[in-house]
Structure formats: C-alpha cells, structure tokens
Design a protein around this ligand. Structure first.
Ligand code: KG4
Ligand code: ZN
Length: 357
C-alpha cells in the first residue's frame, strides 16, 4: 500500500479547484471559474466569488473524482487553501473540506495550505520532486516574490525579495483596463501583444539600477508609465498591440533578470517560475533564453497548472502527508492575509516546549 490519496481544494479567489494526488502523481482535477461573472465589473467581486464557490465546490470535487475513476471513500486526506485570499471565498472552501474530511469520510486528516506554496508545488506534478534548494520566482495576481525553497514540507521558505507595491499580475490587470482590454488583463495583454512591437513604447525597468535592492520588485511606476503612454494618444487610436507587447517585455525583462541574478548570487542551479503570470508567453520565452545562457535549469508548470487549481493544493497535502506532518486541528480557520513562511498554515510538528531555567 502506498500513501493515501489526497484531495486538494482551492477557493481563494475566483477559481474553484479540486485535485487528487498520491505519491506526487496527479490522478485527476477539475476547475470551475466565476471569471465571466466578474468581467463586467472589471475585477473580482468577493460576494459573487463566494457564492460561485458554494455552487461549484461539490460538482468540482465530483468531476475530479470522476476523472480519476475514484469515489469519495477512496480519499485518505484532505488539503485546503486556508490563506491568503478573499475571506468569504476561503471560508466556503474550508467548510467544504471539513465536510469531506470529517462528515463524509470521517476521520481523515485535514491540512490547511498556503495558497502560494500550492503554486510552488504545482510544478512537482509535471516535473517531479523539487531539487533542494531551488530558486522560485512566484508571480501571481497578488504576489511577486523571489524565494529560496528547501524542503517544502518541513523547512521555512526564505524570501529574498518581494514587490514593494503592485504584483506583476496586478500590473497586467490594471494596464489592460486602461488599454480597454477585458478582465482578466494578463491573458488579454498576452493575446494583444502577439502582433505588437515590444520596442514601440519606452517603458521603464523599475528597481534595476546598481543601487536598487537586487531582488525586490516594483510595478506601480510601470503601470503609471503605461497609463501616461495611453494618455499621450488621446484623440488618436491607441496602438494597443504595441503597448501590450512593450509592457509584457518590460515585466518579463525585470522578472527574469532578477531571478537569474538570484540563482547566480546564491549558487542555485534550478529556477522554478510559478503563478498565474508564469502562463505569460513572453515571461516563459525570456526565462528560457536567459536560463539557457546562464546554465540554469528552468522549470515552469504547464499552463493549466500555472493558474489557480486544486491539484496544486493536493500536491502540498501529499508532501505533508508523506513527511508525517501533523494535520490541522478541528477548529482550523482561514487567514486571508497569511504571510508565506511555511507550506502549511498550522503548526505541522508538535511544538517543542521551552523549559524554564
Ligand atoms: O495565480 P493566479 O491564477 O491567481 C492568484 O493567486 O493571484 O494569477 C492570476 C494572475 C492575474 O493577474 C492574471 O492576469 C495573470 O495571473 N495571468 C497572466 C496570464 N495568465 C494569467 N498574466 C500575463 N499573461 C498571461 N498569459
Ligand atoms: Zn494563485
């Protein structure tokens, strides 16, 4: 008998995901998105997202089980995103996970997972275990960080640098709006950029000067520069494709330049690029080109595992189960602004008691 089958549930934003993983292998997964319902508001509406999770969580779990040819009773552990994310949305996922873990399949352990650790683990489902250590560039709608990752199930995650203001995905989403492109902006920018000239607009490369923090990011100035550039075309047709291509090039240039520098600075041979923005074609191709030139091994998950999904949460759960981690207590709750320190959002080993001298 191998290790148990882990069900992962993700509901931190507008995707409801369920995935099934055992021994690092993806058995089945399904994702439902409320993206279309948010589109006319130009961004995620928390109440709409929460209600959509209520409707989707059961069918999505069933769909993942069907894909894997499994039944609810086959599940041996449940992992769920408990933060960070939208509070109402997280609540729905956690309630669903507790229902499966405690009510249906009575007694199976439950793990509360950090959403971003899920993004990191997503890559293991495609490319196998992560080497220790590895450099991780995490680029999503809410976060942009360079992380030194060791054993994801046991060790703390070291932040080498984070964004000082906007995340890379946020920059894409906000500029897309200014350019008149639909929500979500990242994929729309990516599509528009295909026929654009990446050198058309002279956008800045924030925090890349010799005196700047080498591994920190800043994207709000770039967002403003793109807005100014669009304003400069008032009364004329905006060359959206050129703007999109130039923005994408600027973001990808900064991200990959700093990620490669971090690998070199820390003597780390593998770079893993994860999160929704890792789906960007320019980020992927520039990372490939620069890693090849620097002799760094690059790992990027396939597109379907880059954006939010349940399989990545199951992947972390599977690592925790196999590491013998303590499950979450029955009353585990959500933490909408959880900082990324450990993959699990609850203590995973029995705390060592301090003995009074
Ligand atoms: O990781 P994710 O699915 O959700 C968060 O945890 O935030 O990332 C969503 C972000 C959004 O900002 C979206 O615009 C961006 O990822 N994104 C992209 C692409 N696909 C998704 N950005 C650029 N190019 C893409 N192809
Ligand atoms: Zn995400």
């Amino acid at each position: 008998m191998g290790s148990p089958i882990v069900l992962g549930i993700e509901s931190s934003c507008d995707e409801t995901g369920a995935g099934l993983v055992r021994d690092g292998r993806l058995l089945g997964h399904a994702v439902a998105s409320s993206m279309d319902e948010h589109a006319r508001y130009g961004g995620v509406v928390p109440e709409i997202a929460a209600r959509a999770h209520v409707h989707s969580v059961r069918p999505v779990i069933q769909q993942a089980l069907d894909e894997a040819g499994l039944r609810l009773s086959d599940i041996g552990a449940v992992a769920v995103t408990t933060g960070p994310g939208l509070s109402g949305a997280l609540q729905v996922g956690l309630a669903g996970a507790k229902g499966v873990a405690y009510a249906y399949a009575l007694g199976v352990p439950l793990y509360g997972i950090h959403h971003l650790a899920g993004h990191v683990a997503a890559d293991t489902l495609e490319h196998g275990p992560l080497p220790t250590p590895c450099m991780v560039l995490i680029v999503s709608g809410g976060h942009t960080s360079l992380l030194l990752v060791r054993d994801l199930a046991r060790d703390p995650i070291l932040h080498l640098g984070d964004t000082l203001d906007d995340a890379a995905g946020e920059c894409f989403d906000k500029v897309a709006r200014v350019f008149g492109l639909p929500y979500p902006g990242g994929p729309a920018i990516d599509r528009a950029a295909r026929v654009g000239d990446p050198r058309a607009a002279p956008f800045p490369r924030p925090l890349t000067g010799p005196r700047d923090e080498p591994y920190a990011f800043s994207f709000s100035g770039l967002k403003t520069a793109a807005a100014r550039w669009a304003e400069g075309h008032a009364g004329r047709e905006l060359p959206v494709a050129d703007g999109a291509a130039s923005l994408q090039e600027a973001v990808a240039d900064v991200l990959t330049r700093k990620a490669v520098a971090a690998c070199e600075g820390y003597g780390v041979g593998t770079l893993v690029v994860v999160g929704g923005v890792a789906a960007n074609s320019c980020v992927r191709s520039l990372a490939e080109e620069r890693c090849r030139a620097a002799g760094i091994r690059l790992r990027v998950p396939p597109l379907r595992l880059c954006t939010d999904n349940g399989a990545m949460i199951a992947a972390v759960g599977d690592l925790l189960v196999r590491a013998g981690a303590e499950p979450a207590p029955l009353d585990v709750s959500i933490d909408p602004s959880a900082p990324l320190a450990y993959a699990a959002l609850h203590p995973i080993a029995a705390p060592t008691r301090a003995v009074a001298a």
